[in-house]
Ligand binder design. Structure first.
Ligand code: NAD
Length: 331
């Protein structure tokens, strides 16, 4: 079985080669390429049985049409989210889509709390000040998380891990989800979204991007939040309406905003760095505020998570090869 691996980074190649070596007789060959999957690059998969794609890939109708023409039968998403895949079209063409649902929820939750703490205590500013020989504390005041309220939106695998971390800080943990997670019943109180917005000192987003969650954080929901709240988003950029977030920041609503994901992520705003793109970029506008910290979708980026992603993706490929059904099928 041959897999064309799109958008390859050195760390992907290292973790997948290690996982291939570990498995015996897997009959899997991987060709790595740097280009990401989109309608312009889909035809490169000619002669391959499967493609391996990521959150940044465009697995929309046109791409799937070309993959179908090239007789590709499997899309291996090496991530949990699949909002960039046109599932209806995939089904129409008989292309199977598989993903890695939970490779290391702790990796993302630990990054979410890192962003919250870094914003709260202005660690990025403190680091730069001290490097410039400025040891004053001006502009660095934060607040204790202890005995404050953490509001967690979405309490699946990552949200549950975030709930446990916040409890460890001595916070009261409240949550909003369309389903209650029974594993959290001893220490998490489920509340309405409005109550969560009104009562939380830290709000962290851990729900998937769907029609019902698109722009969940907008000017109406922002206005309901406490003044001085910290907002963290490690899920998907479009959960937050960026223009409204900027308005909220201007209203001094937030003590800090920590984002690992942002709406313009797939446009490579900072890789291109053209003046025109940066001028119109809402991400660049966000970065002009001193209380905003943005990281580049690195929540998943730990050794443990990369190993788990590679091993599960190869297991998905083997299940396809052997005609086995799997819990990792996306339907
Ligand atoms: P999960 O499926 O285990 O949990 C998602 C939770 O959101 C579920 O409990 C679900 O009921 C809830 N939910 C669904 N609709 C909702 C709504 N309208 N309001 C509130 N809650 C709702 O997923 P997970 O593994 O915890 O991942 C969560 C998200 O994290 C993913 O969808 C993905 O976007 C993101 N993610 C980011 C990174 C990163 O590197 N930053 C890595 C992996 C995943």
């Amino acid at each position: 079985m041959k897999i064309l691996f799109y958008d390859t980074k050195n760390y992907d190649r290292d973790s997948f080669d290690a996982a291939l070596k570990k498995a015996e007789n897997n009959h899997i060959e991987i060709e790595y390429i740097k280009s990401d999957l989109d309608p312009r690059t889909a035809a490169l998969a000619e002669g391959c049985d499967a493609v391996c794609a990521f959150v940044s890939s465009d697995v929309g109708a046109k791409t799937l049409e070309i993959l179908h023409e090239k007789k590709v039968g499997l899309v291996l998403m090496r991530c949990a989210g699949f909002n960039n895949v046109d599932l209806e079209k995939a089904e129409e063409y008989g292309i199977r889509v598989m993903r890695v649902p939970g490779y290391s929820p702790e990796a993302v939750a630990e990054h979410a709390i890192a962003l919250a703490l870094a914003c709260n205590r202005r660690l990025y500013k403190a680091y730069n000040k001290v490097r410039e020989n400025d040891f004053s504390l001006s502009g660095l005041m934060g607040f204790n998380f202890y005995e404050k309220t953490a509001g967690i939106i979405g309490t699946g695998k990552i949200g549950a891990s975030m709930c446990r971390i916040c409890q460890g800080f001595g916070m009261q943990v409240i949550a909003y989800d369309v389903y209650e997670n029974p594993a959290l019943k001893d220490f998490v109180e489920y509340v309405s979204l409005d109550r969560l917005l009104q009562e939380s000192d830290l709000i962290s987003l851990h729900c998937p991007l769907m029609d019902s969650t698109y722009h969940l954080i907008n000017i109406d929901t922002i206005k309901k939040m406490k003044d001085g709240v910290i907002l963290v988003n490690t899920s998907r950029g479009a959960l937050v309406k960026t223009d409204d977030l900027i308005e909220g920041i201007r209203m001094h609503k937030f003590a800090g905003v920590g984002l690992d994901v942002y709406e313009e992520e797939t446009q490579n705003v900072f890789e291109d760095r053209s003046d025109e793109i940066l001028e119109h970029s809402t991400t660049a506008r966000l970065l002009s505020f001193p209380n905003v910290m943005i990281t580049s979708h690195q929540g998943f980026f730990t050794k443990e998570a990369l190993t788990a992603i590679a091993e599960t993706t190869l297991q998905n490929a083997r299940d396809y090869l052997n005609g086995h059904s799997s819990q990792n099928d996306v339907k």
